[in-house]
Design a protein around this ligand. Structure first.
Ligand code: ZN
Ligand code: ZN
Length: 284
């Protein structure tokens, strides 16, 4: 898949200084970054390695993308996959798609079912699957995560309360992560009470995101991961650039500063949490 037109002429985020201890980019879209064949995947992972990012989870957001992510995860030991149909594409989830996703989710290097959840942003603008379809698709993905025993990776756009309510009603899987956590301290507390992991992306580095900063300070140390959601959401001060997995090093540094913790300890904790959550080995 070529780089989305809106990203094609944007500069990449500059390389970060290597981190003192390796971490994982817990959520990215390598296909949308334009790294869609083995050599390009390897180049993106080499750049990540140089920044201290030792593994990357690439996320399928539609059936074709999920199929690609599961295949790409076989190409390189540093790459893992998550598979689902994105809430805005919930209308793609017919019987054939369900059967194929269920098979993909069982593969070894597929470590999560996601991204799934609810997106109230786009439907309010007349784009993407209707809320009722999204809810049904979300419930189906929750059951799939439980059936295959893998982490549920949540996409929550302007839908905090509804998502918690559906998780409580359906019964959450053992391991749940909110990708690109976008809530305040109240949501962080609700997540912490349930043992849900909060994954922070570029927006936590934006200067005026005070509520998100407070949530990032509040979140328990063992319930935090960091991610890029590349090519989207480049961190400050590179907002508007094309994001890449290597750039998660910038976000990790900003988070350590925000929490006023030592960077090496913070990176070790991040790595331990991604290892627990996604069964990604901590070394090698
Ligand atoms: Zn998302
Ligand atoms: Zn994403």
């Amino acid at each position: 898949m070529p780089l989305p037109a809106s990203f094609a002429d944007r500069p990449p985020v500059p390389a970060a200084d290597p981190l003192p201890s390796p971490i994982v980019d817990a959520h990215t879209h390598l296909d949308a970054c334009g790294a869609d064949e083995p050599a390009a995947v390897r180049a993106a992972l080499d750049a990540a390695t140089a920044a201290g990012v030792r593994a990357v989870i690439t996320v399928g957001d539609g059936l074709g993308s999920a199929r690609w992510a599961a295949a790409a995860a076989q190409w390189d030991d540093r790459l893992y996959a998550a598979v689902a149909v994105h809430p805005t594409r919930a209308d793609e989830l017919d019987e054939a798609a369900r059967a194929e996703l269920a098979a993909l989710a069982r593969q070894d290097r597929v470590v999560a079912v996601g991204e799934t959840g609810l997106d109230n942003h786009w439907p309010a603008r007349g784009v993407g699957a209707a809320p009722a379809l999204q809810r049904e698709a979300f419930a189906w993905h929750i059951q799939l995560a439980k059936d295959v025993g893998k982490t549920l990776m949540i996409h929550d756009r302007e839908a905090h309360d509804e998502i918690l309510q559906i998780l409580d009603t359906e019964g959450a899987p053992e391991r749940v992560a909110f990708h690109c956590f976008s809530g305040d301290v109240a949501l962080a507390r609700q997540c912490a009470d349930r043992g849900f992991v909060m994954s922070f992306a570029g927006p936590v580095t934006f200067r005026n995101n005070h509520e998100l900063h407070a949530a990032a300070r509040f979140a328990p140390a063992d319930l935090i991961t960091v991610e890029t959601d590349a090519p989207y959401l480049a961190p400050h001060p590179y907002r508007g650039s094309t994001n890449s997995p290597a750039a998660v090093a910038h976000t990790a540094r900003a988070m350590a500063a925000l929490r006023d913790v030592e960077l090496t300890d913070f990176c070790r904790q991040l790595c331990a949490t991604t290892a627990r959550l996604y069964e990604v080995p901590t070394a090698g």
